[in-house]
Design a protein around this ligand. Structure first.
Ligand code: HEC
Length: 340
């Protein structure tokens, strides 16, 4: 007996009714699959006259919204009240169309020297490796002494780096033998958002500061260095942690800084250059000590050179990532790129 003949038998009316209900139940559950949120229809609603969301919002500006958020906006935002004619299925379709929030755009800032051109005397070494940034600022204490903070290595989220300003204390001096740092101070929070590879905005205890790449020579930051140029960024002697060097060469001209400590254990930095290299692998110059410039939270004031020659410096690069640095006392230390 087929289902057809069974159903046609009048004495089996109750069986027919059972089958009819069973079919409704099955098709009902199929229906609920069929009415699952439909992103295509959501797009028609969002952009078309029935929803007309596009009149006031872009898709990306409303991404990652829930049906509850849209319902509450329709109920509470007077210019959206007329949208109360949309059904819950319509709203679910719109939610499907809007989709999850887009991950933030990833910006990889160029490695090297950064500054605010209207606030010279203060600057930044910024480098991103993988997803982490390690950066330092160089500026001044209220009493005028040059000082610096390090931040990271910390993870970036898209185009934003968030970390703390760490003041390191008690490490190695320019000519002294190696000893480790003795402590740190948390000097506040820092967040840097990069709008492109050569521009960003710092938010820190000093307020909001626009920064950009520093041209050591005109157009130098955006020029592609010739093959064989020693890498820009962080360098160190792994046997002498706590002291680091920031090196960048643009078109044969080097700007170098050493982040270290004075005799009393205060953080201090020295700079050398910008100065043309002797040849493609050799730099020779003097360390300058700066003072009296802008503090972390103070208004801009120009810095001055307080010691034109704090000692000689020479770097002989063996490769693009290794070299020998001669300290003012004539001691040679090997330096290499700092891989964090
Ligand atoms: C006539 C202009 C107008 C239209 C059309 C409109 N909105 Fe709005 N919407 C607003 C205003 C104004 C606000 C409140 C300010 C804001 O958040 O931008 C708002 C707020 C919202 C909010 C809450 C705030 C937020 O950011 O989550 C959501 C969600 C929203 N709208 C979604 C929609 C959707 C979906 C549609 C289409 C179905 C739509 N809107 C149509 C004007 C409009």
């Amino acid at each position: 007996m087929t289902l057809q003949t069974l159903c046609n038998m009048p004495q089996l009316a109750h069986v027919r009714q059972f089958l009819f209900l069973a079919i409704i139940a099955v098709s009902g559950s199929f229906n609920s699959v069929a009415v699952a949120a439909d992103a295509v229809n959501g797009g028609i609603l969002f952009n078309g006259p029935k929803g007309r969301c596009i009149a006031c919002h872009t898709q990306s500006s409303r991404a990652n919204r829930t049906a509850e958020q849209i319902n509450s906006a329709i109920a509470n935002v007077s210019s959206m009240n007329s949208l109360s004619t949309l059904t819950q299925a319509n709203i679910n379709d719109i939610v499907a169309y809007l989709g999850p929030a887009q991950p933030p755009a990833v910006v990889t800032p160029q490695t090297g020297w950064w500054w605010n051109p209207s606030e010279g005397g203060r600057g930044f070494t910024i480098e991103k490796q993988g997803n982490n940034i390690f950066m330092a600022d160089y500026l001044y204490e209220p009493a005028g002494r040059a000082t610096w903070h390090a931040s990271g290595p910390s993870a970036t989220n898209g185009s934003t780096f968030t970390s703390t300003l760490t003041t390191y204390l008690g490490g190695q001096t320019l000519t002294g033998s190696f000893h480790s740092t003795t402590g740190t101070i948390n000097s506040g929070d820092i967040s840097v958002t990069f709008t492109d590879v050569s521009h960003g905005t710092i938010s820190w205890p000093g307020g909001i500061v626009a920064i950009q790449r520093f041209d050591i020579v005109p157009g130098g930051a955006s020029a592609i260095p010739p093959a064989g140029t020693p890498e820009a960024g962080w360098w160190w002697n792994p046997a002498e942690g706590g002291r680091g060097f920031s090196i960048e060469i643009q078109n044969g001209t080097m700007f170098l800084a050493g982040y270290m400590y004075d005799q009393s254990g205060n953080p201090v930095w020295y700079a050398s250059g910008p100065k043309a290299m002797l040849d493609t692998t050799t730099y020779q110059g003097q360390w300058q000590q700066y003072g009296n410039g802008q503090t972390l939270t103070g208004l801009y004031k120009p810095a001055s050179v307080i010691n034109q020659n704090a000692g000689n410096v020479k770097i002989k690069f063996n490769t693009t990532t290794t070299g020998t640095l001669t300290l003012p006392d004539g001691r040679d230390i090997s330096i290499e790129r700092f891989r964090f």
